[in-house]
Design a protein around this ligand. Sequence first.
Ligand code: PMP
Length: 347
Amino acid sequence: MREIEELVRPNIKALKPYSSARDEFKGTATVFLDANENSYGSPLSTAYNRYPDPLQIDLKEKLSRIKGVPAGNMFIGNGSDEAIDILFRIFCEPRVDNVIICPPTYGMYEVSANINDVEVRKINLTANYQLNGEAILQAADSNTKMLFICSPNNPTGNAINAAEVEALVQHFDGIVVIDEAYINYSKQPSFINLLTKYPNVVILQTFSKAWGMAALRVGMAFAGDIIIKYFNKVKPPYNVNLSSQQQAIEALDNIEWVNTQIKETVSERQRLVDALRELTIVNKIYPSDANFILVKVVDAKAIYDYLAQRGIVVRDRSRVELCEGCLRITIGTPEENDIVIQTLAKY
Ligand code: PMP
């Protein structure tokens, strides 16, 4: 197995990162004339005239107490999409290296690879949406740097078999990125505990789903010291704005609210499944550990259009390989779910 440092692009290893004013001065001061900010304030009530903490220390320390991960093993991004992009920039040499993804899965892994001009090797999930571990290991070569596993997976909704994930972490000679955007809705525990055993694991989570803060763009990556060091080297200096940092810190005081909503979402998911199962237009509903369900219907395009004409927008995944004929429906409020059920019953 290669060391993490051997996987890093040579230019990133040699990179002298940007050093901001906020990075350089560590003492206490009352007069800040080091960052060309506006010393007169801003037209807003909050002191937005100052650049925010580049390393989001207060947020990381509070998260650390909740997640059981040291603050030094966290990267906070402008959404977890930023973490995905930075991983490509740390590890993948354009036109030389490659990554493995397991479709059908979250689309940004491939888009980020394409933006960074990195080859994508696709090893489809099996018919029951689990990993094909043997084929994944066979597809890897000395230029394979990362494997993306999404659990619970988008758009299929299922959790990925934990023993198979750990076996891949052990045998895949590269970085294994486990995207847990939907983990709060899952019966299966997080893979966070793998971090202390394996240096090649990166866990992605987000404030966009269960925490209900998609608009604020706050994503998390948890990883070993070396990987986090490179995240900090490559990231834009002030990648998470002050307002988002403050709101995320405030949100963390409201775990009870979040847990209540998770329970409600999970119970509504079951109610929606039970109701849709009764409809003749529904052929199959895949088991979900997420806040959406994948539903195979008789005529996905027509049903998508029918719903859209009535102001209900779902995601048409019917042209995605292994999702033929499927719509992906996010779990709504009880009222929204009633509207979906009643509208589909009249189709
Ligand atoms: N991972 C998965 C699996 C997702 O479905 C999404 C959002 N749809 C993301 C990551 C991106 O999340 P964020 O809002 O944190 O960028």
